[in-house]
Write a protein that binds this ligand. Structure first.
Ligand code: DQQ
Length: 534
């Protein structure tokens, strides 16, 4: 095996080589899924940014096409940065993107397909009336980027562009009648003090009554709206739920939905610059996110590549109406091969039981943990407001009352290396508090040059009647994408084991709490897709 490729993923979206970051312009058009992405065609570090382009019929197998947008004009000569796709009512797609101009200012441009009868839309044209939006004197010209998908109400298109004024994060609102001439609205759609630059702002409605995606222009009593921002300062994504009033283009954040660094996240791990779109085929909204490397740029140069896209996730509103749910698209299950089941597996304090018979380095695992009693849960200290700190303090080897219990993914046989993904339960004021961790601390014997965070998030579940918790992890060589409680809390980790690679990787279920737990486990080997941009 090529040692350099030890940590390459088997079924996640990657080009054969070089750097990738944000997914761009994701869309479904005439039976084909398109993903564009930020790409350096010349190396494994960020730079020379273009829009690379791949197409798919199932979002599992991908065919790489020639780059869609590259620097060529005065309005994008220094880079073609992130943006979005909008499909116009006459069924023509338009891409909006940020160009870096000769002065290194950020301007907004559009591109249209050269030939609508090409099913793959290989070639894109940049019309001469670009740029369509530039920062005025009151705005920050080098912090003005990532135009959103546009939505249309009463004959007026709207889009948002991320920005900041000093340290205030802003989603500037633009309006247009013809999609070419855009005018900035007097008030931004939303802004929050002390959050810094807002990158890759996404704004979309979710249904109050089910999992189906409402039309991008929907508003009113049957929907809620989501604003998602990628915060440059923390490198995490946050969102709020709220109500959108199109008459004055006002977004009112729901009570209890926190704007900023303590707010809800799409993912509590290595996940950034996400972008969503409506899939009309299955009537769902799908979101893609970028997962960066957690090794050094020198490692990336040696590997020859850096960055992957997460498995696309379906996104909809939790019936509790307080948060979103995210779940890997069902198409990914077509890669499942050998399968094993453990039913009613008892897990006593200190036990770990191997899930044998699958390729543990490349697997999909679903577990339900049954908790007989919550009596032994440790008391929750209300000062524990940061889940990541809490996970750092109370790792998988720190014995608890109820939990820690969960999976040891990408584990070496004797547990010199493992990435635990686990729950720990606490007794809170009036409710139990559930913590989900994905802890890279023990993931690799390599001591220097790796970022090994103890990523974690709280899981908002009510354990009063059903004392069970579910966990799913998509394991892929250096990637562990986990979904707690049906997608309430998602955590993505990148890890670089030295022993737990290929056939030497193992998977265990474990419990390190005094309360005995039982688990139903189902796991599958995951095969490579037939086509991954090769
Ligand atoms: N990446 C792009 C920007 C965006 C940032 C540049 C987010 O457009 O703001 O590659 O990762």
């Amino acid at each position: 095996v090529n040692v350099k490729q030890l940590h390459r993923t088997g079924y996640h979206f990657q080009p054969p080589k070089n750097w990738i970051n944000d997914p761009n312009g994701v869309m479904h058009y005439n039976g084909i899924y398109h993903v564009f992405y930020q790409h350096n065609p010349k190396g494994a570090v960020w730079g020379n940014i273009i829009w690379a382009h791949s197409v798919s019929k199932d979002m599992v197998n991908w065919e790489a096409l020639e780059p869609a947008i590259c620097p060529s004009e005065h309005f994008d000569i220094n880079g073609c940065w992130s943006g979005s796709a909008t499909i116009l009512p006459d069924n023509t797609p338009v891409l909006l993107y940020t160009g870096i101009d000769p002065q290194h200012n950020q301007v907004q441009n559009y591109a249209i397909p050269a030939n609508l009868s090409d099913p793959y839309l290989r070639k894109w044209i940049k019309p001469a009336d670009n740029p369509v939006a530039v920062a005025d004197e009151t705005m920050n010209k080098t912090a003005f980027r990532d135009p959103s998908t546009a939505w249309k109400i009463d004959g007026h298109w709207r889009m948002v562009v991320g920005s900041r004024r000093k340290n205030r994060g802003i989603a500037h609102l633009y309006r247009s009648r013809d999609f070419k001439k855009w005018t900035k609205a007097k008030h931004p759609l939303h802004s929050v003090a002390k959050t810094g630059m807002w990158e890759c702002v996404d704004f979309f409605p979710v249904s109050l009554t089910g999992e189906a995606a409402p039309d991008a222009s929907a508003f009113g009593p049957n929907v809620k709206h989501v604003i998602k921002v990628s915060l440059d300062v923390t490198r995490f994504e946050y969102y709020t739920l709220g109500t959108y009033f199109p008459a004055r283009d006002k977004y009112l954040v729901d009570k209890g939905s926190v704007d900023g660094w303590d707010g809800l996240r799409l993912d509590y791990g290595n996940y950034y610059a996400s972008k969503s779109f409506i899939d009309p085929i299955k009537n769902r909204r799908i979101i893609w996110g970028w997962t960066n490397e957690s090794d050094t740029p020198q490692d990336d140069v040696k590997k020859g590549w850096a960055g992957i896209q997460t498995i696309p996730r379906k996104v909809w509103l939790d019936p509790n109406r307080k948060q979103l749910l995210l779940w890997p698209i069902e198409e990914i299950e077509t890669l499942r091969t050998q399968n094993v089941k453990l039913s009613n597996q008892e897990l006593k304090l200190g036990e770990h039981v191997e899930v044998k018979g699958i390729t543990a380095a490349q697997a999909d695992v679903e577990v339900t943990f049954f908790i007989p009693s919550l009596d032994k849960a440790e008391p929750f200290d209300p000062s524990w407001t940061n889940p990541q700190d809490l996970c750092g303090q109370k790792g998988s080897t720190v014995q608890g009352g109820v939990g820690p219990f969960g999976l040891l993914t990408l584990a070496s046989e004797k547990l010199e290396e493992y990435t635990p993904v686990f729950f720990r339960l606490f007794k809170g004021q009036d409710k139990h508090v559930v913590l989900l961790c994905s802890d890279a601390g023990s993931s690799s014997l390599r001591k220097v040059g790796l970022y090994k965070p103890s990523f974690a998030g709280f899981v908002d579940v009510d354990l009063a009647d059903k004392k069970k918790l579910s966990l799913r992890s998509l394991i892929d060589n250096s990637m562990v994408e986990s979904f707690g409680a049906g997608g309430k809390t998602c955590i993505t980790s990148r890890v670089y084991p030295t022993l737990a690679v290929f056939d030497d990787a193992h998977l265990f279920v474990f419990n390190n709490g005094t309360e005995k737990i039982t688990a139903d486990v189902e796991a599958w080997s995951m095969r490579k897709p037939n086509k991954m941009n090769n």
